[in-house]
Design a binder for this molecule. Sequence first.
Ligand code: FES
Length: 162
Amino acid sequence: MIPKSLESELQARVAHAITPREAAVDVMKALQVHYGWLTDEAVAEAAELLGLATLQVEELATFYEMIYRRPVGKKVIHVCDSIACWTLAGETLLQQLAERLGINVGETTADGCFTLLPCCCLGNCTEAPTMMVGDNIYNRLTLQTALVYIEGERRLIEGGLR
Ligand code: FES
């Protein structure tokens, strides 16, 4: 159950939208921040806030790859798997990061810090290969620089700075 303050904030967001669907991603993202992922409870709460059926929210949630319908780590590492990054070693990078993190793609590290996922173009093609960790984008990656950035993100998590 979400706190009253968050509920009021989201009700205001929905009220200012031209249609409730326009606010759907914002509502789902806010609930995801609150719960850590978009739980079934969050889907039901989003549906009520938006005046939509839970199935409609479910359809939207499964369409957007940055909405997570299963538990994830404190931060998700999205490695771009689209053409510009892929041709500049993005695909290799994804597998190499999985090995270095000790997980398979799609899994979460044992310490709960990171979930590793491929993603569609991050709109940052001129800086390929690219990854996004939480809300931060990292450019022109090599395996070594990616690992340095991930270690920096780990320190932020451990320091309570997300
Ligand atoms: S192809 Fe990777 S950012 Fe566009």
